[in-house]
Design a protein around this ligand. Structure first.
Ligand code: DGT
Ligand code: CA
Ligand code: CA
Ligand code: ZN
Length: 581
């Protein structure tokens, strides 16, 4: 039994636990173990005579070691067998559909023996779901739309997940001596919110033509490969267990820049760049930029040299979409893009008061440790009952405690009192004006009734923004990347009015959300909107999601000056927001 198979059994158990609505920490421990097993270069089956050796692996404790011994000797483990008497492993996919929580998934299984998406679609179309409790025609219609969206998106992967896989694979490739540099190219390097496949470029002494074969063999034997698709002279393609395809190319140092440029794309950027080369009597391919007349190499080792030889400034990967960057680079007009280190504050986060995992103090300390100068604590309001949202009394009491913590931090970091107030169906706010007036920061967000017609949704948000207390518009699209489309809204109208009112529009840095796409963000800048990028963190760890937000801002050509929470202090920031009333 190989490691991939062991990992699959552990991961499947995690899936079954998820359907069983088990403790998230328990689920996570199985996922982590599956990842750890997948990463091992020694076959675990050879270690089970000495289970102690299993414990040396990070992510594997005593219980998990026992599970692994069971899996190796019996092909399965007791917990998995027990869960399989109740559920089917394919049911996990159903959880990705709108309205399908663990209970509903278990219900359609017990009532209709539906265990996968095709069967669910069939049952929905045949009207079988309507007969089950809490699943009317509206539910069925939403579900069918969800299935359609899911099929459209399921072949792509979110940037954070792609990044994690790229890091894990890179770590393993790097173990081969003589490999020095590994760069994810393609859409991941351009920072797109989702990627179709991973393109990893590898270089170092081991990648020179006469010795590359051994390095190729090393890559082709990586423990986490599920299916090996192709093994060529300097290229290996494979898929992971989750079906993500990975193309690894091993290139000599001399042509690494040309390869990086070529495989970073985008295709349209490369087409335009080649045309520019041709006009100069040059030709550009994945090996070099060459002079046409005598085939001499003009540039190849670095991207910088290639762009320079084409009489352009270096173009950051995030801008390479052929949307004006070539012209700007040729006229030295590229913007100086915002970076993570420009960020000084984070104005949207949650605590244990509602659905967060950490206290005010813990969030403040963690933000301070990350170098931030100010944060706003913005817990949910009561309409979001499932988050334990606050009523007026609790919101005021919470604000008081936030200010207490602000005092305790003794100026190391400013902690602003805020709230994420729910925008109700007609644009009313979920808390009283007197409550909102007490807050430094009011984020207003739509969290429900996403199905309203476009005019109604637009009116609803406009009305919410008219409240003089609202300073930030949260979740301006309500989308979930690859999962839920944006709600229908006239974004131009919203952005224009937000600019007039001085209400900042928020890009949600969480890569699963990314409210305001790169295109929206460019629009927002054109309208003169104030823009903020916030993590909406529900735990200390999620404060680190800021970097994903920065990537999207960069794709939108934004500079530090375009983004409010680069202001050095809370006072400077608040002065640029709509005045408090
Ligand atoms: P993805 O994987 O769908 O998220 O998007 P990309 O941009 O990563 O596309 P991919 O993986 O097909 O190719 C990676 C880069 O390689 C692409 O951005 C440009 C370059 N490339 C690949 N095939 C071609 C091609 O046939 N023509 C040109 N000009 N460039 C190509
Ligand atoms: Ca790709
Ligand atoms: Ca590719
Ligand atoms: Zn939030």
């Amino acid at each position: 039994m190989d490691n991939i198979t062991i990992a699959r059994v552990l991961d499947e158990t995690a899936n079954l636990l998820e359907i069983d609505a088990a403790d998230p920490f328990r689920i996570r421990s199985y996922r982590r173990a599956a990842e750890a097993v997948e990463q091992q270069t020694t076959q675990l089956a050879t270690l089970i005579a000495e289970p102690k050796q299993l414990l040396a692996i990070a992510g594997i404790g005593k219980g998990m070691a026992t599970n692994i011994v069971d899996i190796v000797s019996t092909g399965t483990m007791p917990l998995r067998e027990e869960l399989l008497t109740k559920y089917r492993p394919t049911m996990l996919e159903l959880l990705r559909l709108p309205g399908m929580g663990p209970k509903t998934v278990a219900l359609v299984w017990s009532a209709l023996q539906v265990a996968d998406i095709d069967a669910l679609e069939e049952a929905a179309k045949a009207g079988h779901l309507n007969k089950l409790p809490r699943m009317g025609e509206k539910f069925t219609a939403k579900l069918l739309k969800g299935i359609e969206d899911y099929r459209k998106n399921s072949s792509r992967f979110r940037i954070d997940q792609a990044r994690e896989h790229a890091d894990r694979i890179s770590m393993l490739i790097r173990e081969f001596p003589g490999i020095e540099e590994i760069t994810p190219a393609g859409s991941l390097r351009r920072g797109r919110e989702s990627v179709g496949d991973l393109d990893l470029l590898v270089t170092g002494p081991a990648c020179e033509p006469d010795v590359v074969t051994a390095a190729v063999e090393h890559v082709a034997a990586l423990p986490l490969i599920d299916k090996l698709l192709a093994k060529g002279q300097n290229k290996v393609s494979f898929t992971l267990r989750n079906n993500l395809q990975v193309d690894v190319r091993l290139l000599p140092r001399a042509s690494y820049g040309a390869a990086l440029q070529y495989f970073t794309g985008s295709k349209m950027h490369n087409v335009a760049l080649r045309q520019r080369a041709i006009k100069r009597g040059l030709t550009l391919n994945e090996y070099a930029l060459l002079r046409v007349e005598d085939n001499t190499i003009v540039a190849a080792a670095t991207e910088e040299a290639i762009y320079r030889a084409l009489e352009m400034d270096y173009i950051p990967p995030e801008l390479r979409e052929n949307s004006g960057e070539l012209e700007a680079a040729a006229t030295h007009a590229l913007p100086e893009l915002i970076t993570l280190t420009d960020i000084r504050g984070d104005l949207h986060m949650h605590t244990i008061e509602t659905d967060g995992l950490n206290s005010i103090r813990e969030m403040a300390e963690a933000a301070f440790a990350r170098g931030l100068k100010y944060i706003a604590i913005t817990d949910h309001s009561k309409n979001l009952a499932m988050t334990n949202g606050m009523d007026d009394r609790r919101a005021l009491e919470h604000a008081r405690r936030i200010r207490e913590v602000d005092g305790e931090m003794e100026g190391r970091i400013r902690v602003l009192a805020g709230v994420e107030v729910d925008v109700l169906a007609e644009g009313e706010l979920d808390l009283a004006d007197e409550t909102l007036a007490e807050m430094d920061i009011v984020v207003a967000s739509v969290h429900s009734r996403f199905d309203q017609p476009v005019e109604q949704m637009t009116e609803r948000i406009l009305r919410a923004m008219e409240s003089p207390h609202v300073r930030i518009l949260g979740h301006p699209t309500g989308r979930k990347v690859l999962k839920r489309d944006p709600y229908a809204v006239q974004m131009n109208t919203i952005l224009k009015r937000a600019a007039e009112l001085g209400v900042a529009v928020e890009h949600n840095a969480n890569p699963a959300r990314a409210d305001l796409s790169d295109l929206h963000l460019r629009m927002a800048k054109q309208h003169g909107c104030r823009i903020v990028v916030n993590t909406d963190a529900h735990s200390i760890a999620e404060l680190d999601l800021m970097r994903f937000g920065i990537t999207q801002l960069r794709r939108a050509w934004l500079t530090a000056a375009d983004v409010l929470n680069t202001q050095p202090t809370a006072e400077a920031l608040l002065a640029q927001l709509r005045p408090r009333r």
